[in-house]
Write a new protein. Sequence first.
Length: 365
Amino acid sequence: MAEVILKNVTKIYDNGVKAVNSANIEIKDKEFVVLVGPSGCGKSTTLRMIAGLEEISSGELYIDNELMNNVPPKNRNIAMVFQNYALYPHMTVYENMSFGLKLRKFKKSDIDERVKNAAEILGITDLLDRRPKELSGGQRQRVAVGRAIVRKPKVFLFDEPLSNLDAKLRVQMRTEISKLHSTLGVTMIYVTHDQTEAMTMGDRIVIMKDGDILQIDTPLNLYNKPRNRFVAGFIGSPSMNFIKGSITDEVNPRFVASDNKLTLSFPSRLEKAVNGSRGKKVILGIRPEDISIKHNTEPENNVRVSLEVVEPMGNEIFIYFKLCGEQITSRIPADREYQEREEIDLAVNINKVHLFDGITEEAII
């Protein structure tokens, strides 16, 4: 079993900066967990503490039920893949992949078997005699992953490994890493700032901000049930739209935007959920795909807007417009061409809205 457990793990640097604040994460054996968040949120620092490259200020780290706080990195039975590949330029691919095993005094036959098996898994067998300078970015990344595979670690750590690759190659490599996880059946912890990578790769995702963990959940739950406004806005592309307003204090509560230019009626099944927020300031969240060009049967949930920017994406179109003083995005089918400054009627799918407390920004529904 290769569970990784962080109990109240905190990192405070000598200058007093708290990079990670009481992180509590339980990663199951063979699970693929992604740490994601904006730059400076503490995700890479958390990964480096797991690897032993950063000292833990307080709290406990367990790998395979063994306390690791004072265990040197080389004895943690982990392997780490870095953003910059960290390959030796004067060595061949074979030598790069075998170097760590040679230092550990493995038999030559064992080294050869491990390197060739890893090369076959990654499709780089024909590259073993080349040097890093002769390889593309994607090939170098495969070599870096191969160097980790040959060690047969209990846990794989990835620190933004795809950020140096172009968009098409990133898509290809994230698919290959996901396949690799299924093939090897080991615990993987992956750090990225790209929420698309997180959503497509992780069994569970850890959302971090300013050193705090805001939510740990499956991709689907993070998308449909964000705990607060930050998580709601961070997950999803284009990101969720937000409009400030309040809930009316009447028999059938409604959402009214701060500038009174938008009023939305809630269906009966959502009225109970908003009862506790009657008369309070709230923030309404609605995803771009839930603002459609189809007319709603309830006229008050329709709105006329003037298009500011139109972005054709092939099978769909992103449209941007101002509503209640906010820049709003909608994604609609590419069934016809739309023009800037064109006025169109849109409908808000009230069954898909999210509501957040106007002060705490915690989710209400």
